[in-house]
Design a binder for this molecule. Sequence first.
Ligand code: HEM
Length: 498
Amino acid sequence: MATKKLTSGSGAPYFEHQDSQTVGPRGPVLLQDFILQENLAHFVRERIPERIVHAKGSGAYGKFTVTHDISKYTKAKLFSKVGNECRMFARFSTVGGEKGSADTERDPRGFALKFYTEDGNWDLVGNNTPVFFIKDAKKFPDFIHTQKRVPKTNLKSATMKWDFWSFNPESLHQVLILMSDRGTPYGYRHMHGFGSHTFSMINDANERVWVKFHFRSQQGIKNFTTEDAQQMKGENPDFAQEDLVDAIENGDFPKWTLFIQVMTEEQAQEFRWNPFDVTKVWFHDEFPLIEVGEMELNEIPNNFFAHVEQSTFSPSNLISGISFSPDKMLQGRLFSYPDAHRYRVGANSHLLEVNRCPFGFNNYQRDGAMADSSSYKDAPNYYPNSFDGVEPDSDYKNLDYDLDSTSVAHFNRNENDDDHYTQPGLLYTKAMTKEAREHLVKNIIESMNDISGPKKDEIINRQLCHFFRANIELGMKIALGLQVNIDADMITHSKNND
Ligand code: HEM
């Protein structure tokens, strides 16, 4: 019946797979049983470090199809004509939990996309939320520590989370989204995705616009309530993985429609908020959604570890016609992701199938752990040289942009950066239904009730002030739920925002 022989890693057939070689039937094991050694040694090297954030995730391949012409904004070849298609890979994830944590935790969801385009691989490493908790990369490690475990107890802590949020009011917008039912999406198919940051697009005439990316789920939004999400944590911690695998294996391919919002450089000068502040949205009536194309996921990779665990996405994987912006968070991310990949997967992670540019690449990076020379073989390893004909092309020169500062190095904030309240207030009053508001308030009260320790009242009062500033009703309802006596100072600042 057997059609293939069992072999060692070096390809040599062998027979004794289940019994170690011993001195007599009951004797000790011989060191010369190198098959035993090979299998044991490889086994203990099966793990690589999990992602420091977004460790639990699911991935799938698919395709992206351009349905509308946006070539007036970008010279990216993918968008040069309607009907263009490219292969892509998506990885969805929770953020704070470890690799084995439950899929239905209250958390933002990662929405990381890799487009294999003729211009090179373009990654959009976003979330299911249009905004983020902080707006400066310097705060990221401290923020993430609060979402993980207390150093002594190794337990998660509501005290730590709310302490950080209450000291960083720019988080309020995202906190309201997180605490709403959107914080517990029903798997990955029923959520929208966002590039969140402001990016730029550059057209053939080298004109730049600022852009935000929105992927709207064609499956529609569907969320768990807190109770259902809690229950599912026990019943099926891999709910989202199973939901995605089942849908795709059954031919029910999930789809998203890509839209962009466009802001001209002139509009950016006039915009009420800093257009590069990732805690703010651009209102749709001012900056309407422009339809671009469709993404479909249709293939579960044949090996999770090779394709999903070893996938590496970076906001710095940009292509001609799509670039970054002065967003401080985005700028920090340009450094942090490739750095993480070198640590987590290795200096040659870009050579792995899932990460590799299928259209080839020419450069002089060589060697290192796990180097695979199939793409450069014996080609010269230095530039300039007389042999390979590779030259930098001035068509791909970076476009300059005007900086708004003097030549002094700045640690300052922009004007209006302290308006952390108008948009969260509007989210509560205008974007949420009555039921969504009720769930939000209930979820916040339940979560804040877990704050404990000697600083409990201080943390609660500091955070309540932020809710009041966004909306008096919201502050009142939460204060009542927490049975806090409302101090007049808490609501003085909220007059214009109700
Ligand atoms: C993963 C850093 C903000 C979305 C990661 C990883 C790092 C990181 C180190 C792990 C990468 C890996 O091991 O492959 C940061 C820093 C941030 C930041 C320093 C702020 C300055 C954000 C924001 C978003 C985001 C604002 C979304 C808008 C993601 C996603 C992943 C990720 C989706 C998972 C990618 C995957 O599936 O492999 N981040 N992050 N991050 N981050 Fe961030």
